[in-house]
Design a protein around this ligand. Structure first.
Ligand code: DC
Length: 223
């Protein structure tokens, strides 16, 4: 570690499609650190919840899923109970279910425990992205970044990603879905989405990914 290497962890929060994963992965690569996208854990619970019959989808069964599922996150790949679910968790259906299970306190408690264990395993050299990292999960993180952008800019990015994956919806559908998830994230009683008081807020509408990464790195190096 040289003098320019910052002390971690870095907490990276922001709304749906604010660029947390791309930016977080970029920062982690530049620092040689681990990147953990905590949205993937909520998506895993959402996926497993969709696989059970609706009558069994009680708060208790969702809590059990969150506690018992053995999750392994490696950059952008995700394994649960030994199964590679990477290709299954980016659908709009799983995203909506993830956003619903994220409202339940017992689910959040179980996943926050898993996230803290993952951060500890990385020895602090970790960039962790989510909605409540700076406010709850890693409240003591020395560096907190809150990425933001207009709903239209975020929906535009998500729309382009879906096109690239070959699963396109209309822009109007993507924007409506994003506003609905934003509302749920901001209004839930437990750990609603908001910037930590000590977070640096970065509005990224007119910035490229590289520019955002450079700005975050400037900030973490104290410039
Ligand atoms: O970042 P994402 O879209 O993959 O996250 C999926 C859902 O999980 C999102 O709707 C909100 C929830 N989430 C959360 O409540 N807290 C986190 N730290 C990360 C995600």
């Amino acid at each position: 570690m040289d003098d320019m290497t910052p002390r971690g962890p870095i907490a990276l929060d922001g709304p749906v499609a604010s660029g947390k994963s791309t930016v977080g992965l970029g920062i982690a690569r530049r620092l040689g650190w681990t990147f953990i996208d905590t949205g993937l854990l909520y998506r895993v619970v959402g996926l497993l919840a969709l696989r059970i019959e609706p009558p069994a989808r009680s708060d208790e069964s969702l809590e059990r899923i969150a506690v018992e599922a053995e999750m392994r996150i490696d950059s952008m790949s995700v394994h649960v109970n030994g199964e590679d679910v990477t290709a299954l968790i980016h659908s709009a259906e799983v995203a909506q279910m993830a956003s619903r299970v994220a409202e339940l306190s017992p689910v959040r408690r179980a996943l926050v425990t898993k996230q803290r264990e993952m951060a500890a395993q990385a020895g602090g050299s970790v960039v962790m992205a989510g909605r409540d990292i700076g406010t709850v999960v890693l409240r003591d993180a020395p560096i907190k970044i809150y990425l933001d952008a207009s709903p239209e800019a975020r929906a535009g990015r998500r729309f382009a990603e879906e096109h690239a994956r070959g699963t396109p919806r209309t822009f109007t559908d993507v924007l409506a879905d994003l506003r609905e998830r934003d509302r749920r994230d901001a209004e839930r009683a437990d750990s609603p989405l908001r910037p930590a008081p000590d977070a640096r807020r970065l509005v990224t509408d007119s910035l490229s990914v590289e520019q955002v990464i450079d700005r975050v790195l400037d900030h973490v190096r104290g410039n």
